[in-house]
Design a protein around this ligand. Structure first.
Ligand code: 7TS
Length: 412
C-alpha cells in the first residue's frame, strides 16, 4: 500500500501571506479557521487577475472579455461539481454561501412542499443558519420542527431516530461536521434512514467541505451546501448542490435578470437550473476564486490533508488534556472529529480567555458560535474555540497551551 504523502506544512504556510505577520508584537497563531480560513496566494492572485484582465459580466456579452469571464465562471462551476463528485454540472447553483443555500432550499423547496403537520427534522448542534430558515418556512406553512439530541460527547443520538423519523418527516437538515464540537456526523446512514420514510435530506457542508473527502453520489443526500471562504476561497461565494429533478420542480428563490426565459407584463417563464436560481449579476470573481481554491486543495490531495488533520486532532486532544481546569467538548477520539477544540476553563469567562490569548498573538473565537440551542444543551453560555486547518502545526497547539497557562496564571 502506498504511504500517504505527508504535508510539507512549512512550505504550505509560505503560500498564505496573511499567516506571515506579527500581531501584538508576536507571530500570529491563527486558530479560527472554522470562522473563516486564510487564503493562499493563488486564490488572491486569481481574484486580482480576473479584475485586471477578464472583467466583464457573464452570460450576456458578445465580446472577448465577456466570453472569457463566462468561461471562467462556468469552469468554476465544473470544479465544484468535480470536488463533490457530481456528474451533472447544472446541479450546482452558486450562492453567497451556506446560509443562502439553506435559505434557498427552505424557502423554495420548503415553501412548495411543506404542509401543516409536516415535520422538519433538525439536530440540536445546528448552526443558526440551519435552524432559522426552517423556522421561517415552518411559520409560513404550519410545519413543525423536531430536534435530534446529542450524547455527552456531542455525537448525534441515532437511537432516537426511529422514533423521530415518521411519514410526517418531510426533510432532515443537518450539519456534516459540527462547527462548535468538530463532530463528524454519520450522514450516509441518516440519509438511508430518512429516505426509508420518504424524507429528503439537506446536508450543511460548511464545515464538511473543507475537511472531508466528498462524494455526493455515495453520501446519498438530496441537497448539499458549502461556503467558499471556509475552504480557502473568497468570502461571499458558496454553492448549493441539488438533484436536477428537485431543482427543476422548485420555484425560483429570487426574481430578476438572467433567471428568466420570457418575461410578460403579468408573468414570466424561467431559465432551466442552475440559472433559474442565479438572478442578477452573480459573484463571478468569487466563483473563480472558489474554483482556484478547489484546484489548490486538489493539488495537495485529500489523503495528505486528512492525515495532517488527524495528527492535529490527536495532538490537540493530548495537549489540552494537560491543561488544569480545562473541559473539552465534543468526541474524545480522533477519527470521529475534526481539529476544532471548544472548551471551558474553570473560573474563566471564554471572552477573557480569548482576550488574553489575543495579547499572546493567538486568534481564537469565544462565544456561542452561532449555536445558541447547542450551548443551552451543553449548559454553558459560551465556549472558547480553537479551530485548525491545513496550515496549522502541532506547534500552534503548543502555543495555545502556553497561552492557556498565561490565562491560568492571571486567574489563579
Ligand atoms: N453551517 C456551519 C456548520 C457553519 O459552521 C457556518 C459558519 C455556516 C453554516 C454559515 O456559513 P456562511 O458561510 O454562510 O456564514 N460558521 C461559523 C463559525 O463557526 N464561526 O463563524 C462562522
Amino acid at each position: 500500500m502506498a504511504t500517504p504523502t505527508l504535508l510539507d506544512v512549512s512550505a504550505l504556510r509560505d503560500e498564505f501571506p496573511a499567516l506571515r505577520q506579527h500581531v501584538q508584537g508576536r507571530p500570529l497563531v491563527y486558530l479560527d479557521s472554522a470562522a473563516t480560513a486564510q487564503r493562499p496566494r493563488v486564490v488572491i492572485d486569481a481574484v486580482a487577475d480576473f479584475y485586471r484582465h477578464d472583467n466583464a459580466n457573464v452570460h450576456r456579452g458578445m465580446y472577448e472579455l465577456a466570453r472569457r469571464a463566462t468561461d471562467r465562471y462556468e469552469a468554476a462551476r465544473a470544479a465544484v461539481a468535480r470536488f463533490l463528485n457530481v456528474a451533472d454540472v447544472s446541479e450546482i447553483v452558486f450562492t453567497r454561501g451556506t446560509t443562502e443555500a439553506v435559505n434557498l432550499v427552505a424557502s423554495s423547496w420548503g415553501g412548495a412542499n411543506l404542509q401543516p403537520g409536516d415535520e422538519i427534522q433538525l439536530s440540536i448542534l445546528e448552526l443558526h443558519s440551519n435552524i432559522v430558515p426552517w423556522q421561517l418556512v415552518a411559520q409560513r406553512t404550519g410545519a413543525r420542527l423536531r430536534y435530534l439530541d446529542i450524547d455527552e460527547e456531542g455525537r448525534l443520538r441515532l437511537d432516537q431516530l426511529d422514533a423521530l423519523l415518521t411519514a410526517r418527516t418531510k426533510i432532515v437538515a443537518l450539519a456534516h461536521v459540527s462547527n462548535a464540537l468538530g463532530t463528524i456526523n454519520p450522514v450516509r446512514e441518516i440519509c438511508e434512514r430518512a429516505h426509508g420514510v420518504g424524507a429528503r435530506v439537506l446536508v450543511d457542508g460548511a464545515q464538511g467541505a473543507p475537511h472531508l473527502k466528498l462524494d455526493l453520489q455515495a453520501l446519498g443526500c438530496d441537497f448539499y451546501c458549502l461556503s467558499g471562504h471556509k475552504m480557502c476561497g473568497p468570502m461571499g461565494i458558496g454553492a448549493l448542490w441539488a438533484r436536477r429533478e428537485l431543482l427543476e420542480a422548485m420555484p425560483p428563490y429570487h426574481g430578476g435578470g438572467e433567471m428568466i426565459d420570457v418575461v410578460e407584463l403579468e408573468r414570466s417563464t424561467y431559465a432551466p437550473p442552475p440559472q433559474k436560481f442565479e438572478a442578477g449579476t452573480p459573484n463571478v470573481v468569487g466563483a473563480i476564486g472558489l474554483g482556484t481554491a478547489i484546484e489548490f486543495l486538489e493539488g495537495i490531495g485529500h489523503e495528505a490533508l486528512w492525515a495532517h488533520e488527524q495528527t492535529l486532532v490527536q495532538h490537540g486532544l493530548d495537549r489540552l488534556a494537560e491543561v488544569p481546569g480545562l473541559h473539552l467538548f465534543g468526541p474524545r477520539v480522533a477519527g470521529a472529529r475534526t481539529a476544532v477544540f471548544s472548551f471551558r476553563l474553570e473560573g474563566v469567562h471564554p471572552h477573557d480567555a480569548a482576550t488574553i490569548l489575543d495579547a499572546e498573538g493567538i486568534a481564537v473565537r469565544a462565544g456561542h458560535h452561532c449555536t445558541q440551542p447547542l450551548m443551552r444543551r451543553l449548559g454553558v453560555p459560551a465556549t472558547t474555540r480553537a479551530s485548525c486547518y491545513l496550515y496549522n502545526t502541532p506547534e500552534d497547539i503548543d502555543h495555545l497551551v502556553q497561552g492557556l497557562d498565561v490565562v491560568g496564571g492571571i486567574f489563579g
